[in-house]
Design a protein around this ligand. Sequence first.
Ligand SMILES: [Zn+2]
Length: 265
Amino acid sequence: MAHGDSLKSEQRAFPSVVVHIPHSSTVLPPAVRQAMLLADVDLQAEILRMTDHFTDRLFRLDSLPADRIVFPVSRLAVDPERFENDDLEIMARQGMGVIYTRTAAGGELRKTPAPAERESLLNEYYRPHHARLTAAVAAVLTAHECCLIIDGHSFPSRPLPYELDQRADRPDICLGTDAFHTPPSLLDSAAAAFRCRGFAVAVDRPFAGTIVPASYYRKDKRVLSLMIEINRRLYVDEATGVPLPDFEDLRRRILSAIALFGSRC
Ligand SMILES: [Zn+2]
């Protein structure tokens, strides 16, 4: 085997996919809990509604070497999927920017944090998470021609009041795209892979977009990104947060679909 060939096969062994899981955690740091205005029972209900339950397990890609970046605390503390700057973030208008002040139903969640508290939350959780994501993408690009980010989420079977898309007919799988970072060939093969496994697929609805680290955003075509959102009715009892009996089955179907298009770099 020529040296070039052995180098290439070693490079193929490196992960070329980065899996981003922003919303699976239910952990509320004590200082954040203290800032919340809800009673325990209401806070638990809000966490139940807003958490992408078990997406850290659903998107564990056994068959595909991949780096996983999982946000360690609840999105009710800080939401890593939002722009840090509220002026750029459409959801900030309804109190759900990077630090939520409103609940999913528009009620009061917490007081607007003082500038020092906001900085400390961003420094403790948001910025290190984005630094990890950026580093993971950079590491892939040293060994591969491109890096595929899979942005893994789930969504409730019925729209919550805060959601921009209130239509009742929700797909099984929503694929979120970015005009620059999601090539049509990637979207087409992902949609086909899920459809031929029996899933109803929609594109950019009920949720649109997919994450790309700021330093690559709209600058580097080697960074591919696709958001995959799973309808929670497929795998979890939404009233209790307990996984359904065929959770593992569903997970395997999702992973076999991802394996079809996930090794393209
Ligand atoms: Zn999510």
